[in-house]
Design a binder for this molecule. Structure first.
Ligand code: PA5
Length: 446
């Protein structure tokens, strides 16, 4: 079960202040609950765990899985960017064997991500991989017009059609997109691709429990039902309005640290390398939801102990602008005990009989105390182990808490107007039809 521990903030904040922020967070909770706040047409994510479990999506995804299995597909390219890739990417990284790309022993097709950048070498190297593998593709784009994803999809589509023929290609390509709008939808209808719908009322960064996440995670061989059950359990817990609600507590503490103590940066930290991409998902969720109207906590991430050897100095002694949120995992899935060595040349016999995880937990505790001493408050979210159920809990908790926190901050959690600025400039520079005036203007600046 997921828990939240705020003791690492005790020496930084006064209880009376914290209680004030709990009241603010409870008011924000009401806004989210009554669905009368800004962006209230994007609240479909709230009931996704129950809806996805009860609906036909899981069975439809399993049909795709069976179809591709029968064809011997061993490589699935998942194309998408931002909210259309980070959820699946982080879940697969969290659940997979760290060296799966080399060992290849879970029996499922290898899932590789593309369309999340415009790197020419990246795409060329993806094609090298396609040359030697039996390929299928899932293209994910809610708008159906995102340039990075569309460019990658054009290349992959042409490649698959050339390799397998047009008819076979239509069975090897699946689209996840809007029910009616966008180029990806019309193209899919014309080419006869199987499509999954991203509901209108679910924004990209809240879409991991729709087919956006469900299909790639299932194809990669993981128990999506257990993820949804973990999320459902959290959905039920979050439905209780109370000062004990951990989303309310998380939102209250981070807003207090930000507004009253100048803590403008939140670092999501972990001591489990498999959570590195989870932090990328979380960064988008909080960054896009809160960073607007000249407000917002800047979401950063570190994976410890690795990054203690690069960022540890700054966190310990640099500008005191940050707090940490630790995602802590109680127990590893496997065990490894350090053995005694007769010669003890490395001087490590004091660890003989101890597990590696015990050492990791001592590093975690030592870091917490050091960072608190250095002026960095620490919040701690703990799960029992890194499995599907607990991952589902993390997804739903952080989504719900994000809604509460952004309303506490006073911004609309569900829009992202700032994302358009670079696109307008890029289209002007690329001379996209319709951007003629913008092209002339931008050329004067360069
Ligand atoms: O959260 C968001 O809205 C964004 O990150 C989008 O998911 C991202 O820009 C991709 O958009 P689309 O799915 O329309 O291709």
């Amino acid at each position: 079960m997921l828990t939240l521990n705020l003791k690492g903030c005790d020496t930084f904040v006064k209880n009376a202040e914290y209680q004030q922020y709990v009241q603010k967070a409870l008011a924000a909770y009401d806004t989210l609950d009554k669905e009368d706040g800004a962006g209230n047409d994007f609240l479909g994510w709230k009931h996704l765990p129950s809806e996805t479990l009860a609906g036909p999506i899981l069975a439809q995804c399993k049909d795709i899985q069976e179809c591709w299995k029968a064809k011997g597909v061993d490589l699935v390219l998942v194309l998408g960017i931002g909210g259309s890739y980070l959820g699946a990417k982080c879940a697969i990284e969290a659940l997979n064997h760290t060296f799966d790309a080399i060992l290849r022993n879970n029996g499922a097709p290898q899932v590789v991500f593309g369309g999340q950048n415009l790197g020419e070498d990246y795409l060329c190297e993806m094609m090298d991989l396609m040359n030697v593998r039996n390929v299928a593709c899932i293209c994910i784009s809610k708008s159906g017009t995102t340039t990075e994803t569309a460019v990658a999809f054009r290349i992959v589509k042409q490649y698959i059609e050339k390799k397998y023929g047009k008819k076979e290609a239509s069975e090897r390509i699946v689209a996840v997109t809007d029910k009616a709008r966008g180029a990806l939808k019309s193209l899919s209808t014309q080419e006869g691709y199987k499509t999954f719908v991203i509901p209108d009322n679910v924004g990209g960064r809240f879409s991991v429990l729709t087919p956006v996440g469900v299909l790639p995670i299932l194809i990669a061989g993981f128990d999506v039902e257990a993820i949804l059950k973990g999320a459902l359990d959290m959905e039920q817990k979050m439905a209780v309005k109370s000062e004990e609600n951990i989303a309310v507590q998380y939102a209250a503490m981070r807003n207090l640290l930000y507004s009253e103590y100048g803590k403008k940066i939140e670092i999501l930290i972990n001591f489990v390398p498999k959570l590195t991409y989870f932090a990328e998902w979380w960064k988008q969720l909080y960054g896009e939801s809160e960073g607007k109207d000249q407000k917002g906590i800047f979401p950063a991430a570190c994976s410890f102990t690795t990054d203690l050897h690069s960022m540890g100095q700054f966190i310990q002694e640099g500008d005191r602008v940050m707090f940490e949120t630790l995602v802590s995992v109680q127990k590893p899935q496997r065990s490894l005990v350090i053995e005694a060595d007769e010669q003890n040349l490395d001087g490590l016999n004091f660890l003989a009989g101890k597990s590696v995880d015990y050492c990791n937990h001592m590093a975690q505790l030592g870091t917490k105390l050091a960072h608190i001493d250095g002026g960095v408050p620490q919040l701690e979210v703990e799960i029992e182990k890194l499995d599907e159920f607990n991952l589902g809990q993390l997804f739903y908790f952080f989504e719900f808490a994000c809604g509460v926190s952004a309303y506490t901050l006073g911004v609309n959690p569900f829009n992202q107007p700032g994302v358009e600025a670079y696109k307008k400039n890029m289209f002007a520079l690329l001379e996209k039809p319709g951007y003629e005036e913008a092209t002339k203007e931008i050329r004067k600046r360069i």
